[in-house]
Write a protein that binds this ligand. Sequence first.
Ligand code: KIV
Length: 266
Amino acid sequence: MAKKVTVKTLTKLKESGEKFSALTAYDYSTAKYIDEAGVDLILVGDSLAMVALGYENTNSIGVEEMAIFTKAVAKGASRAMVVTDMPFMSYTIDIPSALTNIGNMVKLGANAVKLEGCNDYILELIKRCTQMGVPVMGHIGFTPQSMNTIGGYLIQGKTEDAVQEIIEQAKQLEQAGAFSVVLEMVPEECGKLVTEAINIPTISCGAGRYCDAQILVCDDIFGKYSEFKPKFARKYGDMKSLILDCAKQYDQDVKTGEFPSENEIF
Ligand code: KIV
């Protein structure tokens, strides 16, 4: 069996300048195939609220739901590192309740957690998690859980001051103990400058080509989620058509008596 990807593996890749890949997954079999394909890190992203549960945005999902998907993905991933996205309000009320929720995800099989934002509270929480043995992935730039204060799905880091602020945040996250940082929807130059400024891997989610890693939502690359496709995502397949074709054919076969055949009965 291939060796499990750990924080150490990713740190070494950053040091040697080798890129790594990350994808979201929400269920056992998808995680298994993504793992088998060689993807290094699987995020149980809160994007599952929209793509797997049909919610309007990511803020509607709770810890109980994230726990179910974490358990399934962790069972499917034998090599890839599994990171659970801590959902909206599950880690921002106070440190004790945050640590309880985070600890539960690890008990269910997560190898690390992702926390959005950078302020004194988040930095303290990262320190406490790291002390209790839970690696933390930071997430700055566009942070979907703060969509209502940001004012929508808006590109961040568009001015020199904003870029400096993002670089400063990345340095603070690194100092607090984060093992990596997701940069979402920032100009490529911003992604490059942050990547050069810190010693932990930067993971681009629409932050350009100079980051140490890339992450995308699995349903976007599979062509399964068709309601919205971000500019930075690439569609590698057309699962929507595949599902439609299979379901239509099955429907027809049942209705015409073509299914089941002699080989499919007892
Ligand atoms: O929830 C999610 O899918 C994310 C992205 C970084 C991929 O947070």
